[in-house]
Ligand binder design. Structure first.
Ligand code: NAP
Length: 305
């Protein structure tokens, strides 16, 4: 595990709880000491950690923010080029491109656990963070079926369900359900605060829920949103268009009906969305990548391998 913050630290805990032999690297020694004090195998020496992984052909998980990924990949290419490789970064196409630049594409299958909190760091970690969550496993052209299965098995062992998706398709979807919500939460927080102590003093559930993710570390939010610029711009354009129409409707007709009724229906669709087991597709068989993607697009989830 490279990076022992909220996600890497939770994953180290979950992997060990699931019976795996797992160890981690973290840049700052405070975190390494905290992880060791909690009984985990952690080191601040990246090269030693990678050499150990190379000797065991261990599955490496990159769990640092986007701006730190390139340096980590350089070190992997130098010290652990034979290891299967995945990551938990919230954007996938940009990471896949960086992996290719470092010559590591053949052994890489990206991942994105759709779980988290607005807290950061080792102390915020939780072995059960991924239980019941969805974990996207990138299903890109040329994906190695053995590595794909290793990554999917890690997700399953952490209690997640696997959604197979192509990286660019994941990014467009994540822009809508994760990155745009961050942008809107920041916007809501700012407009609420602009109302001064009276407005903030009246704030209750809707303000608290709508702004929750604005409490996330700004550097992480920026890395996610800026790393998925194309997908996020499309989603922001759609949201701005909806707001512009809603504003016009309210100003000219005194009504918010169009927005509110469509929003209510969309929220109901989310709550009643059906999922299904993906069965009968074996990684490595002819056409498995297309079949997995198609199943993922329609609510399919791998619950067993
Ligand atoms: P976090 O709690 O802030 O931890 C970040 C980790 O990355 C720390 O171990 C930090 O080390 C390390 N790091 C930061 N900059 C680094 C650098 N330049 N070189 C080496 N290590 C560096 O963040 P997180 O929430 O775990 O996020 C980690 C990844 O998970 C991100 O890519 C994020 O997109 C992804 N993710 C996050 C969520 C979420 O809800 N938070 C959900 C899914 C995926 P130090 O201790 O030395 O600072």
């Amino acid at each position: 595990m490279l990076g022992l913050g909220l996600i890497g630290g939770s994953l180290l805990r979950a992997a060990v709880a699931g019976g795996r032999v797992a160890w981690g690297y973290n840049r700052s020694s405070d975190t390494v000491e905290a992880a060791r004090a909690d009984g985990f195998d952690a080191d601040s020496d990246l090269i030693a950690t990678l050499k150990r992984a190379e000797a065991d052909k261990a599955l490496i998980v990159i769990a640092v923010p986007v701006p730190a990924v390139d340096a980590v990949l350089s070190a992997i290419a130098e010290h652990a080029p034979g290891c299967p490789l995945t990551d938990v970064v919230s954007v996938k196409a940009e990471i896949a491109a960086a992996v290719s630049r470092h010559g590591l594409a053949p052994q890489y299958v990206g991942g994105h656990p759709m779980a988290g909190t607005s807290e950061s760091g080792w102390t915020a970690g939780d072995a059960d963070l991924f239980r019941g969550a969805v974990w996207v496993v990138a299903t890109d052209d040329g994906a190695d079926p053995t590595v794909w299965s290793q990554v999917a098995q890690l997700a399953l062992d952490c209690g997640s369900e696997v959604v197979p998706a192509e990286s660019a398709e994941h990014d467009r979807a994540a822009a809508r359900i994760s990155h745009l919500p961050h942008i809107l939460a920041e916007t809501l927080a700012i407009t609420g605060d602009a109302g001064g102590p009276l407005a903030l003093g009246l704030a209750a559930g809707s303000f608290r829920d709508g702004t929750r993710v604005a409490g996330s570390a700004p550097a992480l939010v920026r890395a996610m949103c800026e790393g998925n610029r194309d997908g996020l711009l499309i989603a922001m354009d759609e949201a701005l268009d909806l707001l512009t129409r809603a504003r016009r409707d309210l100003a000219e007709n005194g009504s918010t009906a169009t927005l509110v009724e469509a929003g209510y229906a969309a929220r109901s669709a989310y709550e009643t969305q059906q999922t299904s087991d993906i069965t009968g597709i074996t990684p490595g068989d002819d056409g498995w990548i297309d079949a997995m993607r198609e199943a993922g697009r329609h609510g399919g989830r791998v619950r067993n391998l």
